[in-house]
Design a protein around this ligand. Structure first.
Ligand code: VG1
Ligand code: CO
Length: 543
């Protein structure tokens, strides 16, 4: 087995987005494309000789091929050991767990998350640091800079490694340890939550349904809900991971998790429903005929954290991404703990968690998590809810309505316009910025603009500054409209409009969110001239 040094030419488009590099599978299949990016990672992270790496992915199409390439490149680049999930599988939170538990130098995660998979679908790759979290912007920028000048990469000339059995093999001088992708993660969950109480809840007739959407969490959900918590096997649906997610869109929301939504809104509905995404870091929480917004979920989790064994000591602080509703801020205020507002993307939470400033983090995009790992964590959120339900013994809806009655309701929705011509989408953003000077003080019905800006974040731990993170228009009553361009898509541009209205009056809490937000939606469309500029008359997805 010899190390080969292969000459290559840089690609100009290897800039990591909100969460790693995401492209069409066909782009990753171009000669040298994957190799260039992997070598750019290795060249940027300065791993000491003999370092250990964790490696795994969500099992989508091209996962297996990519794992073999990365193993051979890791061996040729002087790594001493790679921990790889059996079959090349590790959910994103499980990868984070493995990096932390075995104190590896870092990890490479293969996933395009909720984006569709298959030969015509998407693929993705990202590097996580030794804290288990996505590399910071400083690191991803270094990787991008390297990718623009790279002229060679190193790869071991070797046969493929067998990955379907637990055990160890040598790849040149590097050890490849195939690990059970589920057990370390399931053990971590068992150490945080009261499994006995949840088992009793389920044994007592409380019915759940978990939709794995034919994505990576199937085996995790079966181990945790069925084996360890005693749920009937049929409670985990779409549990077999498929390379193309069964042709579906593994995004846990009311539009794409239709099997689950049908069950929870149908006759004889279960008491609790949940789903997760392609790589297992997102979650959707449903009660019987009731949807919990991700922003509310974070707030309810924070308010009830001390009911859960792993969080009995309390929460040091909360962080939420800027577009996420301020529901969690109200809980933080009551608990008298800090609440941080970060740009979109989990990589911004890592420093805060490492510094002990926050325990819980959340994003409106169905992401919730804590400092138990450094990724958002779908099954963790589901277990958190089940633990709360086991203690409070009330329906999901009752718990959320009681929460609103105490803190007020941050009515919330996100409207996505997908697949737009990039120039038109950028035109909308530019037009909005051009309006900044005249907006403060402007009145729109009952709303008056307090201020507007293009969100900029200074990391309180390392002082790094991230600019241009989304346009905020904030009204005097705390209501908000946020405009942002997505950084995870692979085709055209996706423009997201985030809408939030604060409602203190309990008698209005039964209103449908789209109705309650109708005025803000009108204002957003009027101000942005969106429909005209992108030639659309309705959003692609509303969450
Ligand atoms: C989206 C979400 C963001 C999330 C990111 C990665 O990014 O809005 O909150 O962190 O996806 O999640 P964007 O740039 O498209 O808005 V995942 O589950 O795709 O790793
Ligand atoms: Co994901």
């Amino acid at each position: 087995m010899s190390v080969r040094t292969i000459s290559t030419q840089p690609f100009t488009d290897q800039k990591p987005g909100t969460s790693g590099l995401r492209k069409k599978v066909t782009v990753f299949q171009k000669p040298h494309y994957l190799e260039n990016f992997v070598q750019s990672i290795f060249d940027s992270i300065a791993a000491p000789g003999g370092a250990t790496l964790a490696l795994g992915g969500d099992g989508r199409y091209y996962n297996r091929e990519a794992i073999q390439v990365i193993l051979k490149m890791a061996a040729a680049n002087g790594f001493g050991k790679v921990l790889v999930g059996r079959g090349g599988i590790l959910s994103t939170p499980a990868a984070s767990c493995v990096i932390r538990k075995y104190q590896t130098f870092g990890g490479i995660i293969l996933s395009a998350s909720h984006n569709p998979g298959g030969p015509d679908g998407d693929f993705g790759i990202k590097f996580n640091s030794s804290n288990g979290g996505p590399a910071t912007e400083t690191v991803t920028e270094a990787i991008f800079a390297r990718s623009k000048v790279i002229n060679e990469y190193r790869i071991l000339d070797a046969p493929d490694v067998a990955l379907d059995e637990i055990g160890e093999t040598m790849l040149g001088a590097m050890r490849v340890q195939v690990i059970d992708p589920v057990s370390d993660y399931a053990d971590l969950m068992e150490s945080l939550f009261d499994f006995a109480a949840i088992r009793n809840l389920l044994a007592g007739g409380f019915r759940i349904k978990f939709d794995a959407m034919h994505a990576v969490t199937g085996p995790y959900a079966q181990e945790i809900f069925v084996k360890r918590l005693g749920a009937p096997a049929g409670d985990v649906i779409n549990a077999v991971p498929l390379e193309d997610f069964g042709g579906g869109h593994p995004d846990p929301n009311l539009t794409y998790a239709h099997d689950l939504v049908e069950a929870l809104y149908g006759d004889n509905a279960p008491d609790f429903g949940a789903a997760s995404d392609g790589d297992g870091d997102r979650n959707m929480i449903l009660g019987r005929k009731f949807f919990v917004t991700p922003s509310d979920s974070l707030a309810v989790i924070a308010a009830n954290a001390t009911l859960v064994p792993g969080y009995r000591k309390g929460v040091a602080g909360i962080a939420r991404s800027m577009p996420t509703s301020a529901a969690a801020d109200r809980v933080a205020q009551t608990l008298n703990i800090p609440c941080y507002e970060t740009p979109t993307g989990w990589k911004f939470f890592g420093n805060l968690m490492d510094a002990g400033k926050v325990t819980l983090c959340g994003e409106e995009s169905f992401g919730t998590g804590s400092d138990h790992v450094r990724e958002k964590d779908g099954l963790w959120a589901v277990l958190f809810w089940l633990n709360i339900l086991a203690v409070r013994k009330q329906p999901v809806e009752t718990i959320v309505r009681a929460h609103w009655a105490k803190y007020g309701r941050n009515v919330y929705s996100r409207h996505d316009y997908e697949g737009l011509p990039a120039e038109a989408a950028q035109g909308v953003m530019k037009h909005l910025k051009d309006c900044f000077a005249e907006l403060p003080g402007a009145k729109f019905g009952k709303y008056t603009v307090r201020f507007c800006d293009d969100f900029s974040y200074t990391d309180p731990v390392d002082g790094s500054v991230s600019k241009g993170q989304g346009i905020r228009i904030i009204f005097t009553d705390g209501s908000r409209i946020v405009f942002r361009l997505s950084g995870t898509g692979t085709e055209g541009a996706t423009l997201r409009i985030y809408l939030e209205a604060y409602e203190a009056d309990t008698s209005h809490h039964h209103l449908d969110a789209q109705m309650a937000l109708a005025d803000l939606i009108r204002i957003a469309l009027g101000l942005s001239e969106l429909e005209l500029r992108v030639m659309r008359n309705k959003p692609t997805v509303i969450t």
